[in-house]
Ligand binder design. Structure first.
Ligand code: MN
Ligand code: FE
Length: 324
């Protein structure tokens, strides 16, 4: 069992029980990068020539991402790591936590480089209703994890999965991808190319976070079939759909008017497309049935690689066969 109170006997790395976790740890270590390896001088020149709406989009994105990296780390430290027994999963989470810290520093570097009102940028997430709503949604799930839950009980295991779905699937797997798409869209228009390279490194990390989280959820559901009731499956699907609704409101604030090539409708269609992929990866059917409006992102986000990974790793998660 991957979930539970760790015993002394769980503190041996060998034999490894969850090879996927150890493989992801080694892959994550091989992906190590540092923000200051990327020079942003050219991008600063691009930034100065951009319209106010374009600059607002970049600033608003950084304002959401910067605290989000720390919020993900809190969930890993308080809501995930303490409830796992497998040392190979702990190794991976230690590296993921460093990566989230590194992403926070990367976005700091962008905020320092571009002529932005930093004070204002740091406060945006505390003052913007659509971001406050996103953060409140997250805190609700992590809050439950700090209320002395019994991880051996059905309700404790369900709380763990709810929290993981909120942080890993909704926040990292949908909201972050939406932001990455917007950030990378500037490169489609020959702007902010080095910033885009930085985002490429972040996306590479986040795609492993997503693989780890999905594998963890699917492993828990396989090992604890008693938690997978139709009601619980419906609840999980509803968490994903609520996440999409919160992101729609946020994208209106990101693009009050739209910029060249991208507006809120375009981003929200991408959000629905990505949400359907996440639902399928969890074993549900697609809900929104939208076409990917940003075909150029298919290579960026390696969605197909992700799907193949789970075809190879995971076989019989069928929690929702009759529940929708
Ligand atoms: Mn991150
Ligand atoms: Fe992450």
């Amino acid at each position: 069992m991957i979930l539970g109170k760790p015993l002394e006997s769980d503190m041996n790395l060998r034999p490894i029980h969850y090879q996927w976790a150890y493989d992801l740890y080694n892959q994550a270590v091989a992906n190590t990068w540092f923000p200051h390896e990327i020079a942003l001088g050219e991008d600063l020149e691009d930034f100065k020539k951009m319209t106010d709406d374009e600059r607002h989009a970049v600033s608003f994105l950084m304002s959401f991402f910067n605290p989000s990296e720390l919020i993900v780390n809190r969930s890993l430290a308080l809501g995930v790591y303490p409830y796992l027994k497998a040392p190979e999963a702990h190794l991976y989470l230690a590296k993921q936590m460093w990566e989230e810290a590194n992403h926070c520093q990367a976005f700091e570097y962008v905020l320092e480089t571009f002529p932005l009102d930093k004070e204002k940028a740091f406060n945006v997430h505390l003052e913007t209703p659509s971001i406050i709503a996103k953060e409140a949604f997250m805190s609700k799930y992590l809050g439950r994890m700090s209320e002395n839950i019994d991880i051996e009980s059905i309700s404790g295991k369900q709380d763990f999965v709810r929290n993981l779905v909120a942080y890993n699937i909704v926040m990292e797997g949908i909201w972050f991808y939406s932001g990455f798409m917007v950030a990378l869209s500037f490169r489609q228009r020959q702007k902010l190319k080095n910033f885009a390279s930085m985002i490429d490194w972040v996306v590479r990390d986040e795609s492993l976070h997503l693989k780890f989280g999905l594998n963890l959820i699917l492993t828990i559901l396989e090992e604890n079939p008693e938690i997978s009731t139709p009601e619980f499956a419906n609840e999980i699907k509803a968490i994903v759909i609520e996440g999409v609704n919160l992101e729609n409101a946020y994208n209106q604030d990101l693009f009050p008017r739209g910029i060249s090539g991208v507006n809120a409708d375009y981003v929200n269609q991408y959000v629905r497309y990505v949400a359907d992929r996440r639902l399928e990866e969890l074993g549900f059917e697609a809900h929104f049935h939208d076409v990917n409006p940003a075909q150029w992102m298919a290579t960026e986000t390696d969605t197909l690689e992700l799907v193949n990974f789970f075809e190879a790793q995971n076989t019989k998660y069928e929690v929702d066969n009759h529940a929708h």
